[in-house]
Design a protein. Sequence first.
Length: 340
Amino acid sequence: MGRRDAAALRAEPATVLHPPPLGFTCQPMRIIRDYQYVEEQDRGACVAIGNFDGVHLGHQAVIDLAREAADQVGAPLGVLTFEPHPRQYFAPEAPPFRLMGREARASRLAKLGVDRLYELNFNAALASLTPRDFVERVIARGLGLRHVVVGQDFHFGKGRAGSATGLAAMGAELGFGVTLAPLLETGGGVISSTAIREALSEGRPREAAAKLGHWHRIEGPVIGGEQRGRELGYPTANMSIDGLHPPKHGVYAVLVDVQDGPHKGSYHGAASLGVRPMFGQNRANLETFLFDFTGDLYGATLSVALVEFLRPEEKFDSLEALIAQMEDDCARARRILAET
């Protein structure tokens, strides 16, 4: 990467887990986390601004408008977002609401061909900036952006006092372009992260996927468990859902991508999401059984797509009844995934 100065340390290229779509750059996406230390190659982008939780179809429409602006002037395509999510920063004790963590969001944006991810550290200093200060210090001077795209309902700055139309006026004054993207609607109404959370909470992952433009996925490393599944003949890969919005507890048909290690590849499976009432657990996690798989997945990173909700979690009278139900769940999941 060249000289390891302060700017370079804040702008290391992110690892792209999958190749970008045809027609997009093959260069790895670069992640910049401090607007005050920016290399020259990371300035002058055309960016979409927002939180991009879920990277749903509405977000993708905003990114596509930024892509059009970038193509017109030959600039990098960027996304400007914040970590932690401002809602998480202001209400850290509130129930988890995020559809994806920062790594999953970065991976999804890289797949969309984003060249620069400006993932700014949302802290007290950034939260205290007035709308004018944010535009001058971050957008104009710090990142030197050429064009920004925001949704028509975009608000920013201290107390969310800044508006999309106000941003457009300041852009005209300070020399960068602004596009206001209309809200994207489908037959089910405006596409939003809130609507997607609601669909997942009610056990409707296909409806969530229709708004996302992709399956809702839970991503993360496989962690150690109590190996009860192995004892029952259904060894599972256990994953934490801490910090994420919890979909409806129960059993799902799932598509699984093992993203690294000797078993890297795509698989079908069934997963149980919940607190395992049969065994008196109270901390929710995701346990996934991969069909026709043998091997050790501890430490590997999995991406588990929720395809269809099969049934709520329940407590059985015996282990035999539980095993019989698991057999039925897997048979049903196989049929569903074969048709998906």
